[in-house]
Design a protein around this ligand. Structure first.
Ligand code: URP
Ligand code: ZN
Ligand code: ZN
Ligand code: ZN
Length: 464
């Protein structure tokens, strides 16, 4: 048996902060104790955490490695994307396996295993994306829940691609109500948005900034409202992904106050960037095209408030990188052809820590939003997302005083720009352990492709 001790750090979980030492035996946390009690411990490896926070590895519940879009693929593979995640202190990702239109969900899941298995540096799970709901898919959902794929994303946006109509959504929600799955909703009124897109293009408004204008906050709020009502009728829980608009938060807040099991997620891009990025010089705005879109700055105060009140309970990245050269450029003459997505899997923990420094959230809330709640929401807790005896030894030694400047020059994501280029932030993951193995240590990468394991997830912790 191998034994590692992490000595002298401040152990932070969602509920506690204590000066404590952590004992790891093989891949599992064996004990957490005060330095006085831990003095007797012996180990093969001792990691000095003096001046560091000791936190659970990050859980990013929303990534898109190698996602197909408009004839191209998101530029991070499972190999490069999970390595970048590890550099940033994230030790678990949950990616989305897409049901190809006209095919089975099973085929999508198998295709995702083929891409991810033997390649990931950290542990990984899958959600399913339902793009073509019918009798067969509803039955497949039951089987997949039994195999640890316990959440399914649906789209009220992208007609003709991933879009589901209200009847399909209601049926999938009914099924989820029965089998314990969680429906994740991309809530934007895609039918109305497509009309506005057509009108904009016909009028010659082809630049990236028009992406932000046609995807109106009210069309996010309307779809959020509709999803909430459908979930209530179906008797199923609902998780709304990438919430960006004040008006959508209001819908979620109201449902939660009425006692409905509705949960909301937001992403760093909505907290730290605004719609103004879409109006950057030349075609630079394309780097910031994602859906839901970046919003005017005033929405950020609502997002931070909701993160504090728990009306939004998770921050994940929606990491979906497309290179500016050759990929974002596909939409040079037509903003609707710009592949949607922003890279960020490496930067989430640090950006959120910077928000701790700025006073938006507390340290414990940082851990809760980035590690603990995503693990609980998606059936990985207490194995992931916390530091406790019996949990996987996914641990980050975090330096809260390190200064860094985010840049494509230094990041590890396989994409030719960083959405936060030049931003100065305080904090950095120094040492990262995944199941007891040091995979990043003081600027050195020690992980390897294929060491990450597929995670069979339980159902959502908040419903049982
Ligand atoms: O723009 C985005 N968010 N791209 C990824 C796909 C999705 O809708 O989450
Ligand atoms: Zn989406
Ligand atoms: Zn996404
Ligand atoms: Zn739990």
């Amino acid at each position: 048996m191998s034994r590692t001790i992490i000595r002298g750090g401040l152990v932070i979980t969602a509920t506690e902060e204590t000066e404590a030492d952590v004992l790891i035996e093989d891949d599992t946390i064996a004990a957490i104790a005060t330095p006085a009690l831990a003095r007797e411990w012996t180990a093969d490896t001792v990691l000095d955490a003096t001046g560091r926070y000791v936190i659970p590895g990050g859980v990013d519940a929303h990534t898109h490695m190698e996602m197909p879009f408009g004839g191209t693929f998101a530029s991070d593979t499972f190999e490069t994307g999970t390595r970048a995640a590890a550099w940033g202190g994230t030790t678990t990702i949950i990616d989305f396996a897409i049901q190809p239109v006209g095919r089975t969900l099973r085929e999508g899941v198998e295709a995702w295993h083929a891409k991810a298995d033997e390649r990931c540096a950290i542990d990984y799970g899958f959600h399913g994306i339902l793009s073509d709901v019918g009798d067969g898919v509803l039955k497949e959902m039951d089987a997949l829940v039994g195999e640890g794929i316990t959440s399914f994303k649906m789209f009220m946006a992208y007609p003709g691609v991933f879009y589901s109509d209200d009847g399909q959504i209601l049926r999938a929600m009914q099924q989820a109500g029965d089998n314990g799955a969680l429906i994740m909703m991309h809530a934007e009124n895609g039918i109305a948005i497509d009309v506005l897109v057509r009108q904009a293009l016909d009028a010659g408004r082809t630049a990236p900034k028009h992406h932000g204008r046609v995807r109106h906050p009210r069309l996010e709020a309307e779809a959020t409202h509709r999803a909430i009502q459908l979930a209530a009728v179906a008797g199923s829980p609902l998780y709304v992904v990438h919430v960006s608009a004040t008006q959508a938060i209001a819908e979620i807040t109201r449902a939660r106050h009425e006692g409905q099991p509705v949960f909301g997620e937001t992403c760093p891009q909505y907290l730290f960037l605004t719609v103004d990025e879409l109006d950057g010089p030349g075609f630079d705005g394309a780097k910031y095209v994602c859906s839901t879109p970046l919003r005017p700055a005033e929405h950020q105060a609502s997002l931070w408030r909701a993160l504090r009140t728990d009306d939004l309970s998770v921050v994940s990245t929606d990491h979906c990188p497309f290179c500016f050269a050759g990929q974002k450029e596909l939409g040079r003459d037509d903003f609707s052809k710009i592949p949607n997505g922003i890279p960020g899997v490496e930067n989430r923990l640090d950006l959120l820590h910077d928000a701790v420094v700025a006073g938006h959230i507390t340290r414990r809330r940082w851990v809760e939003l980035a590690c603990t709640t995503p693990a609980r929401m998606f059936g990985l807790h207490p194995r992931k997302g916390t530091l406790a005896p019996g949990s996987d030894a996914d641990v980050v030694l975090y330096d809260p005083h390190a200064e860094q400047v985010l840049s494509a020059e230094t990041h590890h994501m396989n994409v030719d720009y960083n959405a936060y280029e030049g931003r100065r932030i305080t904090g950095r993951a120094r040492t990262v352990l995944s199941r007891g193995e040091v995979i990043v240590h003081e600027g050195e990468y020690r992980g390897r492709p294929g060491r990450g394991r597929f995670l069979r997830r339980d159902t959502c912790d908040y419903l049982t």
